[in-house]
Design a protein around this ligand. Structure first.
Ligand SMILES: [Zn+2]
Length: 442
């Protein structure tokens, strides 16, 4: 029995329908293949278009209809600061003014975190500086929504804010439904346990506060001498407070802080070099010793009322291979010591100490105990402490959300938890709206 080709034109094995010409000539076969390919292209294109249209409501928001940043408290994280103005006295490339302040209002209060000079006294210089706008409230972001549901702690989400200002607002999730949340002593507590911010969050929210020199090529050469002398040691004598330089509001409380991050690179070293980085906690210290190029050890000391320091536990291990010329960081943020190499946490240890009564005068000290090393790109960064909330939230029915800049954030401390249904998506940055890294942005 012979099947008619015209009766099943879509047959995959079909060589050519009669309408295309006479029999199996190469030309007619080619024409048929071309037509079939064209139909497939149109089909796929339509599918793609439908998918994209669906995605804007279900999967990804912000592709066609812009979703705009309306929360200045998240601007350091997502859009960078508003203005980058180098300090007229020291050249520190600090960022001043969040979105809610006018420039004169901001400059009237701002203080350089590096040299401490008041910007108001630099007004003559400011006349010649054109502030470089970075990003503003209203910049757009992308949202992962719909099937991406199941938000986790530390995700930044967009939600419908029913509060005074209303609209779509961005905040960071710190508490999940069913948890007990408290903000106390500058820390987040979940079910009675302190919950320090992980490195990736710290990295996103930190702001620069000090550099030894404004030149990127500035290097610190440290060499051990015998007997040990000053030449082998570099001290960072820069007390840091909670003062928010980024958004200097009038009535802000200023106090001492340990929420610091030290970053540097090791450019070169002689074989067998022992490099010690001491982090002063005010009531004790933590020594990180790098036995270059292969090992590290960490030791924790508590200051006692008696003259003798008590020595805590001892951690040690192998250094990652790429420690040389890699990006090294030591974080003391949220009462947890982190040793980070190329964005990977190599070692961590919680420390609990008494509250500080005054800023630490010399938060870090780098010393070469043996051999020699060259340090590059040394800098000090700060992460804001969470500001304490009045109440404890028991067994949350929704998400507890906080802003990254607690000084200007209106968040769950004020409006309580946010029901699941009002959270519409997880924020990813609009790929074209921001420099590659806030941390490297200087
Ligand atoms: Zn300065």
């Amino acid at each position: 029995m012979k099947a008619s080709p015209a009766a099943r034109p879509d047959d995959a094995n079909e060589c050519c329908p009669p309408s295309l010409g006479t029999g199996n000539s190469p030309q007619s076969r080619q024409l048929f293949r071309f037509r079939r390919a064209l139909v497939a292209y149109v089909d796929n294109g339509l599918m793609l278009l439908i998918l994209i249209l669906m995605s804007d409501t279900l999967l990804i928001g912000g592709v066609f209809y812009p979703i705009r940043v309306v929360s200045p408290s998240m601007m350091p994280t997502f859009n960078g600061p508003r203005f980058r103005i180098p300090c007229a006295r020291c050249g520190f490339p600090q960022t001043w003014c969040a979105a809610t302040q006018s420039l004169p209002e901001c400059l009237g209060r701002a203080v350089c975190p590096n040299c401490g000079s008041r910007l108001a006294e630099q007004r003559r210089e400011f006349a010649t500086i054109v502030p470089k706008p970075a990003y503003f409230v209203g910049d757009r972001v992308l949202l992962l929504k719909g099937i991406w549901r199941g938000w986790r702690r530390w995700d930044v989400v967009a939600f419908y804010n029913t509060g005074e200002k209303g609209g779509l607002t961005l905040k960071r999730i710190v508490g999940l439904p069913g948890e007990r949340i408290e903000v106390r002593a500058g820390l987040l507590w979940v079910n009675g346990q302190p919950q320090p911010r992980p490195w990736q969050v710290q990295r996103a929210v930190c702001v620069p506060v000090w550099r030894p020199q404004m030149s990127d090529s500035f290097a610190i050469r440290l060499e051990a001498t015998s007997p040990p002398a000053h030449s082998g040691t570099f001290s960072i004598e820069h007390p840091v407070t909670t003062y928010c330089h980024f958004h200097p509001v009038l009535d802000q409380q200023e106090g001492p802080t340990r929420n610091l991050i030290l970053r540097f690179r090791i450019a070169e070293f002689s074989p067998g070099t022992r490099l010690q980085i001491r982090s002063d906690l005010g009531t004790g210290h933590i020594d990180l010793v790098l036995e270059l190029p292969s090992r590290y050890s960490i030791r924790y000391f508590e200051h006692n009322d008696s003259e003798q320091d008590s020595e805590g536990e001892y951690l040690s291990g192998e250094l990652p291979h790429r420690v040389i010329k890699g990006d090294l960081a030591i974080s003391l943020v949220d009462q947890r010591f982190l040793f980070v190499v190329n964005d990977g946490v190599v070692a961590e240890r919680d420390y609990a100490t008494k509250p500080l009564t005054r800023p630490i005068s010399r938060p870090f000290q780098i010393a070469v105990e043996q051999g020699s090393a060259t340090i590059l790109e040394l800098g000090l960064w700060k992460v804001s402490s969470y500001l304490d909330a009045q109440h404890v939230n028991n067994f949350l029915p929704g998400y507890y959300l906080l802003g990254d800049d607690p000084h200007i954030s209106i968040d769950s401390r004020h409006f309580g938890n946010v029901p699941k249904g009002r959270v519409i998506g997880r924020v990813v940055n609009w790929p074209f709206a921001r420099p590659t890294s806030h941390m490297n942005g200087g």
